[in-house]
Design a protein around this ligand. Sequence first.
Ligand SMILES: NC(=O)C1=CN([C@@H]2O[C@H](COP(=O)(O)OP(=O)(O)OC[C@H]3O[C@@H](n4cnc5c(N)ncnc54)[C@H](O)[C@@H]3O)[C@@H](O)[C@H]2O)C=CC1
Ligand SMILES: O=C(O)CCC(=O)C(=O)O
Length: 421
Amino acid sequence: MTSVEEVLTSNLYTQQTKKLYKIGEILGLHEDQLAALSTPERVIQVKVQIRGDGGVIKTFTGWRSQHNSALGPYKGGVRYHPNVTQDEVIALSMIMTWKNSLLQLPYGGGKGGIRVDPKALSREELEQLSRNFIDAIYKYIGSNIDIPAPDVNTDSQIMSWFLDEYTKISGKIDPATFTGKPVELGGLAVREYSTGLGVTHTAKLAADKFLGGIEGRRVIIQGFGNLGSYAAKFFVENGAEVIGVSDSKGGVIDPKGLDVKKLEEVKKATGSVINYPEGKKVSNDELLISDCDILVPAALENVIHKYNAPKVKAKLIVEGANGPLTADADSMLKERNIPVVPDILANSGGVVGSYVEWANNRMGEIIGEEEAKKLILNRMEMAFNAVYNKYNSLGDQDLRTAAMVVAVERVVRAMKIRGLI
Ligand SMILES: NC(=O)C1=CN([C@@H]2O[C@H](COP(=O)(O)OP(=O)(O)OC[C@H]3O[C@@H](n4cnc5c(N)ncnc54)[C@H](O)[C@@H]3O)[C@@H](O)[C@H]2O)C=CC1
Ligand SMILES: O=C(O)CCC(=O)C(=O)O
């Protein structure tokens, strides 16, 4: 197997299990307890069949993984992507368990996905796909059971179809079953950008600790979707300079700085940031090892691995995406003294925004945008401080280890009290 093939086929579940076992050693957990922690409680696999344009039958496979409910109902997004696998969805649901625990949210971890290229579907086909997915899983979700939300290639429109289908098929009028909805259906305006807002806020807190501040820092962001594009905007608002971005087609770098508004216009008009008129075109591989102060991988998993970790030039990495670093990369970057703000902390603004929306829906009120923003940032700051204190008290460990220790410890306590482990 070539090194590229090895990386492309590296399994996110294996990576996440390795990370968990490392925490198990620190917390003194037994092998059987670790098995109980890593195994999902339930994984639902469904066939999602649609009658496509022109009457063609198109069949896809979808999953919902419900990893752990010790702390509350399962919570996590649903992604549409041609490479989605069952193992990936399970791994992402395990990441959600730790993230929700770290943020002290009353949730367990869940995640869903459909193996589909949504760009190859018409809008009508996408709606049918989304509705049929809910028809297949509606018995297993609900505001007190499992609460889906947006993730890669899903958005507030898809949440609206989910909610409408769920209402029809279950007979329940319960908008808190989904978060990331449009404002008209009980969503919060802030959820649209809360992940990007939170990534930038944790980057700022980490830059204050490790780089002497965020002002003037040069930032590279891989991925210019929901998370990456809002993060770029907030980095600029915080006085940093975005010098490189990319999407699935490739990237662009300009050491003099990129105009984020122009990037958005180019992406909207042409479908990719590579058509930005200035700067140098680069591949995603080059982008990740280009010179900068802060690197934000905000696309997919396993993009920083043992082959490129030694070449990373950033002074701080902030994980926007879920699982963008392999376990090997973690060790190598620690050796090189490059701090990594882990996904379960850095991108938690999304699920905290979802929590505010869910709680609002259940109370029958909607708070204002500024108040919601404050709630999200305060909660993230509390988690950041807990991680940073643990990082200092653990001694020679990285930020991920500190975050995971806090998160896993909480889940273990809940499972012990329930008599589960
Ligand atoms: N949307 C949310 O609220 C949250 C998202 N995340 C994570 O953030 C990451 C990005 O999610 P979103 O921005 O929501 O998705 P999105 O679908 O809005 O955007 C994904 C971006 O990644 C790019 N991309 C896809 N494949 C790529 C590749 N091979 N190389 C480079 N770029 C590539 C796409 O072109 C697009 O710009 C994912 O890991 C997701 O799980 C985490 C927490 C919450
Ligand atoms: O908003 C949510 O419920 C979860 C978002 C998500 O999938 C994530 O944090 O990875």
